[in-house]
Design a protein around this ligand. Sequence first.
Ligand code: OFO
Length: 162
Amino acid sequence: MLSKKMQKALNEQINAEIFSSYLYLSMTAYFEQENWTGFAHWMEKQSAEEYGHAMKIFEFVNEVGGKVELEAIEKPISEWKSVLNVFEESLKHELMITDKINNLYNMASTEKDHASGIFLQWFVTEQVEEVNTVEQIIHKLKMIGEHKGALYMLDRELGSRA
Ligand code: OFO
């Protein structure tokens, strides 16, 4: 059984994950606009993953007999300065999500809610992976700098994301 406090926090996380999906969809639209089809493809996959995260929590709350309550989704921004700027903002966002996941995990422990704690472990690991992936892309983008040809190659590389 979920405590009211845990239920509220998990519902907030559903909202945060759906917002992540929405933000990445907005980034997808920006890349499409700028004709970076590979980066757009990568971001669209990321957006779908985030929706999957929201649904994972949605299903967990139902499974443990809690009540899902959906809230309004904030409007994401739609303009960025450059490809690098998009990924830097994505990293900032993921670090903020990591904080939220860690707080949820701590809450599960103080509430002695073992089911939620075990469930959240997957998210702790997932955040490590997501932050690392975006950091690697940023590293490559910084090495590329103003080199358009190399940026085009990276666009192609990210366009092959399965
Ligand atoms: Fe759901 O991991 Fe990113 O935000």
